[in-house]
Design a protein around this ligand. Sequence first.
Ligand code: NI
Length: 180
Amino acid sequence: MDAPAASPISPLPILIAPDPRLRVRTRAVGPGDAERVRALLPRMFAAMYAAPGIGLAAPQVGETLRVAVIDLLPDNKPAPIALINPQIVALSEEMVTREEGCLSLPGHYADVTRPARVKLRYLDAEGARQEIEAEGLLATCLQHEVDHLDGVLFVDHLSALKRNMILRRLAKEMRQKTER
Ligand code: NI
């Protein structure tokens, strides 16, 4: 008898700014959320890889839990990181400026200045306590995703002028897309 086919994981659709669900402050994952998180994580990874992107936070798929996924694909190999209840416990005084983008603001990029290094505590997909100290792209990515969990987008770190320019252009592009 044939083995049953593995059920395909359907990626969740990604919300585009200025969707108000991107502005929701998420709530911490509790013991009663285990099933929901177990179902959510593979679909978030699937959405991130399909986009493709290197990070995705729960509000971007309309979820209100403190969950994010990251994979920087070092050497083009998967290195998935599931972040549950991530908490920044230390930031360096040294700052770094890096160009950022976001799957919820497709096609738009801007230089964002943030602490160069970060120490983060979180639970992994198995619920085990983890701590990482990161620098470089991972440090930026971790801060970007934790921001999402507090309803903050990378454009919020820009001047109001730059932010509004990006949001206006994006709104126009989305209008044109739906009119087509
Ligand atoms: Ni983002």
